[in-house]
Design a protein. Structure first.
Length: 202
């Protein structure tokens, strides 16, 4: 039983995008997978499943983190798509998860709140070693390098594989696909490489 949680201090940074891709790729490994959508107001992952129609994993909406966490013993892997805001549920999820992933973009408007979010979790007793940044929605290698330097100073771990801002990724999700299932081989391989890297942190 493994729990991987995706959290964010704000919306629009790729949390649900990554959670869905991980669910798709993990299910291909014959694992029983639950994608727990813990933002009932938005229910982003749940609505995406309605477009997808068929999946080899479960997607359920949970009003509270506690309810989602009670389901984890029924699956090999539970992926928590947390609420797109800081809340008590964020801490509750982080305490139980084996890996806590926070996507961030290139701007300081993304980075500074994201670092504060992890700092707050560490202050509350969450092990720093299980906190991981993923760099998403980047426009250039220069942006990536600048953010990596910033994160090195914070001493938090971050994935080496980054995602660029691509219309194709959005289009794939609009069709009920994951970013790993995009039609362009290079973009698909990049997304698959990121998911593979995430699994190595467990």
């Amino acid at each position: 039983m493994t729990i991987i949680a995706f959290i964010s201090q704000k919306g629009g940074v790729g949390k649900s995008t990554l959670a869905r891709a991980l669910a798709v790729e993990a299910s291909k490994q014959k694992l029983s997978v639950l994608l727990a959508d813990c933002d009932p107001q938005q229910a982003t992952s749940y609505h995406w499943l309605q477009t997808r129609k068929k999946a080899k994993f479960q997607v359920k909406v949970f009003p509270t983190a506690q309810q989602a966490l009670r389901e984890t013993n029924k699956y090999d892997l539970t992926i928590i798509d947390g609420p797109a805001r800081t809340s008590h549920a964020t801490l509750e999820i982080a305490q139980k998860a084996d890996l806590v992933i926070q996507p961030t973009g290139a701007s300081r408007d993304d980075l500074i709140p994201a670092a504060k979010e992890f700092n707050a979790l560490v202050k509350a007793g969450v092990n720093k070693k299980k906190l991981l940044f993923v760099l998403t929605r980047f426009g250039s290698q220069a942006e990536i390098k600048a953010v990596q330097e910033y994160l090195k100073e914070s001493s938090y771990s971050f994935c080496q594989t980054c995602l660029f801002e691509k219309v194709s990724y959005r289009q794939a999700q609009n069709e009920g696909k994951a970013i790993t299932e995009v039609n362009y081989p290079n973009l698909s391989q990049q997304a698959k490489g990121l998911i593979k890297e995430l699994l190595k942190y467990l």
